[in-house]
Design a protein around this ligand. Sequence first.
Ligand code: CIR
Length: 255
Amino acid sequence: MPRRIALVRIPASNLADGELTHLERLPVDQAKADEQWDNYCATLVAEGWETVEVDAAPELADSVFVEDTVVLFEDLAVITSPGAASRRGEIEGVERSVRDLPGLELARIEAPGTLEGGDVLKVGRTVYVGASSRTNAEGIRQLRALLDGRDYTVVAVPVTRALHLKSAVTALPDGTVIGHPELVDAPSLFPRFLPVPEREGVAVVLVADDTLLMSAAAPRTAELLSGLGYRVLTVDISEFEKLEGCVTCLSVRVR
Ligand code: CIR
């Protein structure tokens, strides 16, 4: 049985001060965020995932969005180089946790390269990387070099309408890329693209081959995906959505 570990990081005490790029700041209810995070983790556990907590970083407001700090390509863990200066301190704790996981080779994106995990979408052997306000050309170049010889094709795609590539699109188990048209710069770059009706509906975590985890804020998208035959689980992540987070960025799945 392949391992199914989800790296997670408890919300910081100053979560409400997290970075905002496309949204206006709204009051964040810290207690509610903690409860939503507990429920997110419990949902993964109920689906057979073991959660491994990265050491808490109470002063790093965005540290709960652990996906941005490390990207897995089978046995290769790439520690990223966040484009947001306020997020660079997150790397250290994440690297420690990743080192403790057996069987992983570690690599790093180095300055002046920047890359955040939210910009990396794997679809089969294709790795789409968002050229966004957080991920620069040098970061993409370094990732391509790290994956050289590993049978991946790295495709850079523009991201100007959302924070990260995965704030605009994610992929279904069959490789169909789903996204909200208003957020996607160039849907035609994806061989199969399915528009979804809600912004909060673009992010799905593949919990199992037939099971998707998504935000409770996108009921019409949930219905659309159920209609395609998927089992759809929903979680309320409203407090993280106020900070431009989504279901994918709250964990890193290590398979
Ligand atoms: C940030 O701006 O960095 C955080 N407030 C949100 C990060 C969300 N991460 C993601 O979508 N992968």
